[in-house]
Design a protein around this ligand. Structure first.
Ligand code: FRU
Length: 424
């Protein structure tokens, strides 16, 4: 198969490349791009459920929005099973690690509300059992559409397959809380095409998920970001000069990095309601660098496009590495070219002493970054850990040109609104 640059030759735009040379600049534990240590004494949102990916309610321009003074977040959620014989080990103890690791297979979309932008109260499931067409309800974005409280929830329907879908409902508030009504008809939007975006048939480990719709502040059109892999049979991708970048002598060997083929996908809506979409070539590819660029999202600031995406240590290719966390790229126009922030792309990574403390970071337009707690060591050696499944402390970053800086830390799960909408 052709290299990435050859493959997308005749398309409307050239995907920008996150190169191996860029990734060589990633350094864990730089204090300006490292999340402060999360204490093992964290509080949990709920003893009944694990939560992970957090999706604040927002409008199509990206503003985090409260309704009638209530903040709302959606979360991927799974029951905890402390009494289920399936998760009791041979010593009679609850194997929370195994329960947590199995959560993706039973992920469901829940919502929470709050008057303070923290101390979240559980609202419940967004869709009743049987509404979503597949087993797993994976990440996406809830969009408040208007003052009538209509909400479009874009998400990923997974197993069988992986389809970007949306479901429309309504947020209703009272003095005492928030409920989500409707959310009864799920509309499939699109799946990987095998030409630009890799399909399950091409690679059983393919990724195609995490829709993030937005209105381009410049052309006013409706677009959507999503996570993908570059199309082609697994193992057929070429890691050529362009994907390698300008490496020093001795760094030309790419090993088996052809198996890492992440990209940030983009689609454009053919209609105003976002019911009809056309996939475009990826905005950014990471062939030969990393296999996952998850939950891509934008911050529009100073006339620039700041593209953020989360990634893992274990998904890096041979010869390059970096911490679990959020990475970023900046461009002057929507279709690029994108340049890695801080030279490397790393914006906020876990400290090497607690490599799995948090994940699934979402950078909000006010510079606050929310994430969830995965696991935090409870002893010096790091062999004992405490599983999270709850909100991490919010971190603030300052975005300046092509650089970012960690500047503050706030309470667990602090997601304040940027604007309030009074429902009619
Ligand atoms: C990120 C993620 C998403 C996916 C979900 C599945 O944490 O991998 O890409 O939608 O989790 O649980």
């Amino acid at each position: 198969m052709k290299s990435n640059t050859e493959k997308f030759g005749k398309t409307p735009h050239q995907p920008s490349l996150w190169t191996r040379a860029d990734a060589l600049k990633v350094h864990a534990d730089d204090p300006t791009t490292t999340q402060p240590l999360v204490s093992a004494n964290f509080p949990v949102l709920s003893n009944e459920v694990f939560i992970w990916d957090t999706m604040p309610l927002r409008d199509m321009d990206g503003n985090i929005t409260s309704v009638d003074g209530w903040s709302v977040i959606f979360t991927l959620t799974a029951d905890r099973h402390p009494n289920d014989p399936q998760y009791i080990d041979e010593n009679g103890n609850y194997d929370i690690t195994r329960d947590w690791n199995d959560r993706h297979g039973r992920a469901k979309m829940y919502y929470w509300f709050s008057r303070t932008g923290k101390d979240w109260k559980l609202g419940g499931r967004v869709m009743a059992e049987g509404v979503s067409p597949t087993v797993r309800e994976w990440a996406g974005t809830p969009i408040l559409l208007n003052e009538q409280g209509e909400v479009d929830l874009y998400y990923t329907a997974v197993t069988p397959g992986a389809t970007i879908v949306k479901v429309r409902g309504r947020v209703v508030t009272t003095e005492h809380g928030v409920s989500m009504v409707g959310f009864e008809k799920v509309k499939p939007l699109f799946e990987a095409d095998g030409k630009m975006y890799q399909t399950e048939a091409q690679n059983p480990f393919w990724g195609f998920r995490d829709p993030w719709p937005f209105r381009d502040p410049n052309d006013g059109k409706l677009y959507m970001l999503f996570e993908g892999n570059v199309a082609g049979e697994r193992g057929s991708h070429k890691v050529g000069k362009a994907e390698i970048g300008d490496v020093p002598p001795g760094y030309e060997d790419v090993g088996n990095s052809r198996f890492q083929t992440a990209c940030v996908g983009i689609a454009v809506a053919r209609d105003e309601d976002g019911d009809d979409w056309e996939m475009l070539p990826p905005l950014l590819t990471a062939v030969g660098v990393n296999d996952q660029t998850e939950r891509p999202h934008f911050v529009f600031q100073d006339g620039k496009y700041y593209l953020f995406t989360i990634s893992h240590t274990f998904t890096y290719a041979d010869g390059v590495t970096g911490p679990d966390g959020v990475y970023g790229f900046v461009a002057d126009s929507l279709f690029g070219p994108y340049v890695p922030l801080n030279g490397s792309g790393l914006v906020l990574g876990n400290p090497s002493s607690q490599p799995f403390q948090t994940y699934s970071h979402c950078v909000m337009p006010n510079g606050l970054v929310t994430s969830f707690i995965d696991s935090v060591p409870t002893d010096e050696s790091g062999t004992q850990t405490r599983i999270g499944g709850t909100e991490a402390p919010t971190v603030e970053i300052k975005i300046k040109g092509q650089q970012t800086f960690v500047v503050a830390e706030y309470d667990y799960g602090y997601i304040p609104p940027m604007l309030d909408v009074t429902l009619k």
